[in-house]
Design a protein around this ligand. Structure first.
Ligand code: RBZ
Ligand code: NIO
Length: 359
């Protein structure tokens, strides 16, 4: 039997406050005065307004953006729920350290600092300036048989994620992950916390075929039946999660408490945000959703949070790649707010031919 204790055993840090309604109205007025028809930059204007309200100041800027990729192995991988073997987690960590993975490429392209965190990868990893070791074990237990981790380890992982972020500079955080089997962990968390059928939430992950998907759905159905009583966010995270998801939960909570913008990636990082939202309601207001993943659970999660993502490219990779791809849109949104001339400054007529007075 897995046991669940209430979430009161962990107290999340308080959320930072976004700017006042008056400051929001000021940014909106600035956007409306730019040399363009009202609202003509569409979603980019919404993005600029949201970013300005989170960052604040006369010239809201992104500073020292950080990508942190949390990696861990999953006991559930032994149950045949991924198209790839568990050893790929370790192999991909070596690839990250060599600079050859997709997130390395996009992080380099956009000058995003990249930190890798070994949260519980099976096997040793060499010392490397980009790598932090915070192994709480060689992967989790299989949640088909017992809780993935103890609640004590889960809380340690959350707090480790908090400490890691608090030592980082910058006002924007992108979280990525690597861990074979972690779309299963994310699907279980989303299904239980949102009360959605596991069959609707579960997808092909790294590319399961139809029989593989049917097996994954069958295994995950059995996992949920094995732990029928767990419903509080901490219990759900400990029972079904992974060390990387628990550390990401802490990282998000810390970042939002420090007033950093959370630029969210796909289904796995978002499952950590869902846990964080149930631990600290309102954290989602600090989140900007980069894209809608091909994993069906992500669309359902976004819908439940009332979130509209920036991109929909059918991405299904993780590592923080979707967020890194969306990052230039955030840069453009703030450049527009900070640098674009107003109608008055440029001497351009406003709507209905009204001449803007420059004197
Ligand atoms: C080569 C390779 C690189 C990856 N980078 C991220 N993932 C992604 O796929 C995994 C989750 O999918 P599943 O639950 O089906 O195992 C995670 O490691 C995720 O980050 C990768 C997967 C593979 C195979
Ligand atoms: O949405 C994601 O983050 C995702 C989807 C499939 C595999 N890995 C990650």
């Amino acid at each position: 039997m897995s046991c669940s204790t209430p979430s009161s055993t962990y107290t999340p840090p308080p959320l930072a406050r976004p700017v006042s309604p008056a400051a929001r109205a000021h940014y909106q007025a600035r956007l409306d005065e730019k040399t363009k028809p009202l609202g003509a930059l569409g979603g980019l204007e919404t993005l600029a307004l949201r970013l300005a309200c989170l960052i604040g100041g006369e010239q809201p800027e992104l500073q020292d953006p950080q990508v942190m990729v949390f990696a861990a192995d999953h006991g559930l991988a032994a149950e045949g729920i991924s198209a790839f073997p568990q050893s790929v987690t370790h192999q991909m960590l070596l690839n990250f350290l060599s600079g050859g993975a997709a997130i390395n490429v996009f992080a380099r392209q956009h000058q995003l600092a990249l930190t890798l965190v070994d949260a519980g990868v099976i096997g040793d990893l060499p010392a490397h300036p980009q790598l932090r070791h915070y192994k709480l074990g060689q992967g989790t237990q299989s949640s088909l048989h017992q809780a993935a981790m103890t609640e004590a380890d889960c809380i340690t992982a959350i707090k480790t994620g908090q400490q890691l972020v608090s030592a980082m500079p910058g006002n924007l955080l992108i979280l990525g992950e690597m861990g074979i089997g972690n779309t299963s962990a994310a699907s279980l968390i989303i299904s239980r916390l949102l009360g959605l059928p596991i069959t609707e939430v579960t997808g092909r992950g790294t590319g399961l075929d139809d029989p593989g998907l049917a097996r994954k759905q069958q295994v995950l159905t059995q996992v949920l039946a094995r732990h029928p009583q767990v419903s509080d966010p901490l219990g759900v995270l400990a029972t079904f999660g992974g060390f990387e998801i628990a550390m990401m939960t802490g990282a998000l909570l810390q970042a939002a408490s420090e007033g950093r913008v959370l630029l969210m990636d796909g289904v796995i990082a978002s499952s950590a945000l869902l846990v964080a939202e149930q631990l600290q309601p309102g954290i989602k207001d600090w989140a900007i959703f980069s894209h809608r993943s091909a994993e069906p659970g992500h669309a359902l999660l976004l819908e439940a949070l009332g979130a509209e993502p920036l991109l929909d490219l059918g991405l299904r990779l993780g590592e923080g790649t979707g967020a890194a791809l969306a990052y230039p849109l955030l840069v453009s949104a703030l450049a527009m707010l900070n640098q674009m001339a107003s109608l008055t400054e440029a001497g351009v007529s406003g709507p209905a031919g009204k001449i803007e007075c420059t004197s």
